[in-house]
Design a protein around this ligand. Structure first.
Ligand code: BG6
Length: 482
């Protein structure tokens, strides 16, 4: 492992993402010993003029969910690692000051053989990414002769469509090389998303079945039981396809559909993901249902004629040997009846149905990402008793039961650790991002121009009924049970 001084710089330190996700993730890493006090210093940078103490006070309450006394000591030690620098995002002055502070820390902490590592975490609106990249490049790069690195961590939205995303990629790409750029999609940090490759490629059971001969349809679903509360202004500019489907669900699709990578090396995995994305056919209008929950426009930050979808079901078709003819149904919505994210792989009916059990349902593997992580398989079994009757039942791996006492790491925690270790496996490569935008840009333009309109749905419902009709048309058979 690399040694030497590590400076983690949280840009946008006084914002929501930093407070709710970045600092708590850093705290958890600290608590587990991944960030050593003798090596690490954390810098918060933002425009707000506040003191170190003020920043510490602001983030303190978010650091850990259970504020038991044995954690309070960790919390205060962790907070002592944080310094705050205020400055603007588009002038050199603040960044020069930041560089001075980082360098002082490096000087104080580095032993003779140590290198310097600088990790810049962008908890910022993407509109400032290009200028901030320029400022870092100009004022804040690692200068140690003893090696080390400078890396940047950026988060979506990476543009609004293919063109704007490519422009942003080019601007950042002029200043930083691909191995220095970590594009976070936090779904790639979720335990059960990471499990996908293992389940698929380490189990003989699934290998011969994972194809168009056996699988009827695949569903990747994201549901939230709350609306855009407090984020209406941001959300209205993007909508559910850019917010969830084009990134989170599409990344999950890649892992479900990709071929076996040559190895677990990040480039091998990402090569296979890109191939899946490049094989997706253009989206047809009849494969799309859009929705907007009633009351969405009551938010004062949302225009009262907004055409932005808060719900969408989109069917993608992958044009390759493994998947031709298998619909991949991506479904996401806000203000629905429940909060859930899951992958459902539904198998075809067993031929020669001597039990006449076809109507009871199909084999299905469900990978529940959240809440309550689980993998379960729906099977048809004999109904216990004297009669020869069949029933649907489940083989169930519930993580809470099976891994009692094991804490599942938060996505951000795992991903930040990867950025420190230099592992890009769970980060989106530039060509992946481009291919993802290529799939959705024509549809997004049609929605933005008002050519396609969302159907109103009641908050707390399943979304528009047309979405269920589309699912049935795609061949999905609703089964009972879980
Ligand atoms: C974010 C979206 O990327 O993911 C939010 O911008 C959404 O709208 C969130 O609520 C969901 O993340 P998770 O991890 O709670 O499923």
């Amino acid at each position: 492992p690399e040694t030497g001084c590590l400076s983690i710089i949280v840009l946008g330190a006084s914002g929501d993402l930093a407070k709710k996700k970045t600092f708590p993730a850093l705290f958890n890493l600290y608590r587990q010993g991944f960030l050593q006090s003798n090596e690490v210093h954390i810098f918060g940078y933002a425009r707000t003029k506040i003191s170190d103490e003020e920043l510490r006070k602001r983030i303190c309450g978010y650091l850990c969910k259970d504020a038991s006394p044995d954690h309070s000591e960790d919390v205060s030690k962790f907070l002592q690692l944080i310094k705050y620098v205020s400055g603007s995002y588009d002038t050199e002055k603040g960044f020069q000051q930041l560089d001075k502070e980082i360098s002082e820390h490096e000087l104080a902490k580095n032993s003779a053989e140590g290198s310097s590592r600088r990790l810049f975490y962008f908890a910022l609106p993407p509109s400032v990414y290009p200028t901030v990249c320029k400022m870092i490049k100009k004022c804040c790069m690692n200068k140690s002769d003893l090696g080390g690195w400078t890396r940047i961590v950026v988060e979506k939205p990476f543009g609004k469509d293919l063109e704007s995303s490519e422009r942003l990629s080019a601007q950042i790409g002029e200043l930083f090389k691909e191995p220095q750029i970590y594009r976070i999609d936090h779904y790639l940090g979720k335990e059960l998303v990471q499990n996908m490759l293992v389940v698929r490629f380490a189990n003989r059971l699934f290998l011969p079945l994972w194809n168009r001969d056996n699988i009827d349809n695949v569903q990747i679903v994201f549901r939230e039981d709350f609306g855009t509360e407090g984020r209406g202004g941001y959300f209205d500019e993007y909508g559910i396809i850019r917010d969830i489907i084009q990134n989170h669900l599409l990344q999950v699709l890649c892992l479900v559909a990709m071929e076996r990578p040559v190895s677990l090396k990040p480039e091998h995995i990402r090569d296979e993901k890109v191939k899946v994305l490049q094989s997706v056919l253009p989206i047809k209008d009849e494969d799309v249902v859009l929705g907007q929950y009633e009351g969405y426009r009551d938010d004062p930050t949302v225009p009262n004629n907004s055409n932005t979808p808060t719900f969408a079901t989109v069917i993608l078709h992958i044009h390759n040997e493994r998947w031709e003819g298998v619909p991949f149904i991506l479904k996401a919505g806000k203000a629905l009846s429940s909060r859930k994210a899951e992958i459902r792989v539904q198998f075809k009916d067993a031929p020669g149905d001597i039990f006449k059990c076809k109507k009871q349902g199909r084999n299905e593997i469900v990978i529940r990402l959240q809440p309550s992580e689980a993998i379960y398989m729906k099977l048809t079994v004999k109904q216990p008793g004297l009669e020869m009757a069949t029933a649907q039942s489940e083989l169930d791996l519930s993580y809470r039961q099976r891994y009692q006492g094991v804490t599942i790491p938060e996505a951000y925690e795992r991903l930040i650790l990867d950025t420190i270790r230099g592992d890009q496996q769970h980060f989106v490569r530039r060509d992946e991002l481009k291919a993802a935008w290529e799939i959705f840009t024509p549809l997004l333009h049609r929605i933005d121009s008002g050519e396609m309109k969302p159907i109103p749905y009641e908050p707390g419902s399943r979304g528009p009924a047309q979405a269920d009709e589309l699912l049935a048309k795609a061949g999905y058979v609703q089964t009972h049970g879980y």
